[in-house]
Ligand binder design. Structure first.
Ligand code: HXC
Ligand code: NAP
Length: 292
């Protein structure tokens, strides 16, 4: 058994219908696949119908599960309403939402136009609140227990240069996670978040770690495990937080980054560079300063 293996092996999500925004690619696709393997019905929604159709076809064949692909720009409430309507028509009800759709690219902030700022904040923050609000209203009205899982990042709370619109928007999503967890617990709606460190996807890595920069900066150096995340380990966590096994977890954000953000925040973590054999000398010097 390794971290690359599926954690649940049975039908732990049978009877649930889950909407994954941005489910046609990257981490959204990996979560969608695992949810289907665990018996859930899936709805995937993103702007490119051809992309989500191809993913739906592929995953239907691979898992034998049920999946519906509906084109939707999460920035547009009417399109989100249409996804919910189509999902209910196909599967009877919807029980889970993964706010996974996102936009992002690196840029010095002063180079951004107002529209560049808008496009990221609108996809990430407005998209997440559109989906949460409209599904929440449906759950409350119909007395259905619901689970929301928001995909944020570790810079939701640290902030980060060069991705400022994304940081601002993800911080908003994290605050929404905790706020709705408190307000909607009484309706049996749970709201949690996952904060991943770097997981290789075409969408993220092409926009955040272009090859030239990757060579120079080597993002792996920042990661204690000296490896990127495996999609299955994120899917395992997403399955747990969507399942009834996590029924008592609400308003939580679970970081999955091998300790990357803490490693780089710690004042003295860079002392990793000191060779073991040098510590005798260093200790002697430090002890030598003790007053007798
Ligand atoms: C500066 C840029 C830019 C760039 C676009 N713009 N790219 N500005 N640098 N690299 C500006 C444009 O000039 C335009 O402003 C405005 O942004 C909108 O651009 P469009 O191309 O018209 O937008 P659109 O076609 O809607 O595409 C949206 C997008 C694109 C966000 C720009 O990248 C996209 O579709 N992304 C979806 C997938 C994605 O980003 N995945 C990565 C998520 S990774 P003007 O004023 O010129 O008109 C992630 C991980 C974080 O979030 C954590 C990692 C560890
Ligand atoms: P990705 O493959 O680019 O996923 C982003 C998805 O969002 C795409 O499927 C895209 O599909 C969809 N999308 C973008 N704009 C949309 C819109 N307006 N309406 C509907 N869908 C839209 O990148 P990823 O790496 O898998 O990212 C998935 C999530 O993980 C994001 O929330 C990201 O912030 C988060 N994350 C990723 C990493 C990482 O290292 N990969 C780290 C931390 C957090 P369309 O283009 O078809 O719309």
């Amino acid at each position: 058994m390794t971290y690359k293996d599926p954690m649940f092996k049975g039908q732990e999500l049978a009877g649930k219908t889950i909407l994954v925004t941005g489910g046609g690619t990257g981490l959204g696709k990996s979560m969608t696949k695992y949810y289907m393997e665990l018996g859930a019905n899936l709805i995937i929604a993103s702007r490119k119908q051809e992309v989500i159709d191809a993913t739906a076809e592929e995953l239907r064949k691979e898992t034998g599960g049920n999946i519906l692909a509906v084109a939707c720009d999460v920035r547009k409430p009417l399109e989100v309403e249409n996804v919910i309507k189509k999902g209910i028509e196909a599967f009877g009800e919807i029980n889970g939402l993964v706010n996974n759709a996102a936009g992002n690219f690196i840029s010095p902030t002063e180079r951004l136009s107002p529209k560049a700022f808008d496009v990221i904040v609108d996809i990430v923050l407005k998209g997440s609140y559109n989906c949460s609000l409209l599904l929440g209203q449906y759950w409350i009205k119909n007395k259905i227990e619901g689970t929301v899982l928001n995909i944020v990042t570790t810079y939701s709370w640290t902030g980060s240069g060069y991705v400022v619109p994304s940081a601002v928007a993800k911080a908003g999503v994290l605050t929404m996670t905790r706020s709705l967890a408190a307000e909607w617990a009484k309706y049996k709606i749970r709201t949690n978040a996952i904060a991943p460190g770097p997981f290789p996807t075409q969408g993220a890595f092409s926009r955040l770690f272009p090859d030239k920069l990757k060579e120079q900066l080597d993002p792996l150096k920042r990661i204690p495990a000296k490896r990127y995340g495996e999609h299955q380990e994120l899917a395992n966590l997403a399955a747990y937080l969507m399942s009834d096994f996590s029924a008592y977890i609400n308003g939580e954000v679970v970081t999955i980054d091998s300790g990357e953000w803490i490693y780089n925040a710690g004042e003295f973590t860079g002392f990793d560079a000191i060779p073991q054999e040098m510590w005798d000398f260093v200790e002697k010097e430090v002890r030598g300063k003790n007053k007798k």
